[in-house]
Design a protein around this ligand. Structure first.
Ligand code: FA5
Length: 340
């Protein structure tokens, strides 16, 4: 026997013993798997390395070397199998591995939270629920009847111009154009069409206008609409409701002020400003529901009256959290969102 073959057989025997020891020492499946890769791995395992070693043995001794290699390979596989059976038969209490230790501190997982606007919307709903206003919903894609006509906005009104709205180019309903609603006042109409007075609702949702984005404007924003219709509703009810709304949201040191204004669907109409810890900010519009609107939904303006308001949710949220730029809400920068 040549020296090369002698050496080769020695190496094979050492490998078989090392593998057996390693497999026997494995206390859990993960250890055994690591040893399997070390010894039997198809690419870089020790067996593979020695198999390539046959090439170095003299030609007439290759057969003997191959035979020995196969014996050792089988032995290694056998000791692996034995170890695997041993681990599979261990009872749960004998298994070694990560166990539950109730004395260790738990793994902290970061908890997500609602977007600041969603938080504000939820709070607005709670606040108005305390005043007896129920939440109503309306679609974001609207027809011109609900977005304009029923709200006393005539066809010639500049607010209906295509440049002021997102009309849907290829979508119509029974031949009539559709658009992304430009205000939540649409929901006033949808609710009054279905119900008889008394009505006391709020509606919150997205509205769309082709406004150029700046610190206080965005082409998509949220409004909260309020509507109350009953016998004998007056401006005093409107002002009291908005005052209660503002103070329960921002605290007792908030002030509201009405400025005369015009909306086709309210008469008289006002702009609502709120002041809190400093200057005034325009929050939205309000007023007494115009008799023409009451007639459009089949109510009798001699019998009932009502007030309505529509406020920008982003503006309220900005005021509360001292956010200076409305665009921060929509950039989805987690460094900003984490603060709420
Ligand atoms: C209206 O939309 C009326 N529908 C409000 C109303 C309802 C009046 C009921 C009377 C009765 P106005 O266009 O002013 O009104 O919008 C209301 C508020 O939405 C604004 O005061 C402002 O807070 C907010 N707003 C308007 N445009 C934007 C914009 N591009 N980005 C963010 N907020 C806006």
């Amino acid at each position: 026997m040549s020296e090369a073959l002698d050496q080769y057989i020695n190496d094979l025997q050492t490998l078989a013993e090392d593998a057996k020891k390693a497999f026997e020492s494995a206390k859990q499946k993960e250890d055994l798997e690591a040893h399997r890769v070390e010894f039997m791995g198809a690419k870089n395992g020790h067996l593979k390395r020695l198999q390539k070693g046959i090439g170095k043995v003299e030609k007439d001794e290759k057969r003997a070397a191959g035979q020995k290699f196969n014996e050792v390979k089988q032995a290694v596989e056998q000791s692996f199998q034995t170890a695997q059976d041993r681990l599979a038969n261990l009872s749960a209490s004998e298994q070694v591995g990560p166990r539950f230790d109730p004395t260790l501190p738990g793994t902290k997982r970061p908890i997500g939270r609602n977007h600041p606007l969603t938080q504000t919307v939820e709070e607005l709903k709670r606040t108005m629920a305390r005043l007896g206003f129920e939440v109503a919903h309306g679609p974001e894609i609207e027809d011109e009847w609900h977005n304009f006509d029923a709200l006393n906005i005539p066809a010639s009104h500049p607010a209906r111009h295509p440049d002021e709205n997102f009309y849907l180019a290829n979508l119509t309903q029974k031949g009539h154009p559709l658009l992304w609603r430009s205000q939540t006042s649409t929901v006033q109409i949808r609710v009054m069409e279905k119900r008889t007075p008394p009505v006391r609702i709020i509606s919150l949702g997205r509205v769309y206008r082709p406004d150029k984005p700046d610190a206080t404007h965005f082409p998509m924003f949220h409004q909260i609409e309020g509507l109350m219709v009953d016998r004998g509703v007056t401006m005093a009810h409107l002002k009291t409701t908005l005052r209660l709304f503002a103070t329960s949201l921002l605290g007792e040191d908030v002030h509201i002020r009405f400025r005369p204004s015009f909306f086709p669907f309210t008469e008289p109409s006002v702009e609502v400003d709120m002041s809190w810890q400093g200057g005034w900010l325009e929050m939205g519009g309000a007023g007494m529901v115009d008799p023409n609107v009451l007639k459009a939904v089949g109510y009798d303006p001699d019998e009932v009256s009502g007030f309505a308001f529509g406020l920008g949710v982003e503006r309220i949220c900005m005021r509360r959290h001292n956010v200076e730029d409305i665009r921060s809400f929509f950039e989805n920068d987690v460094r900003f969102l984490h603060q709420f």
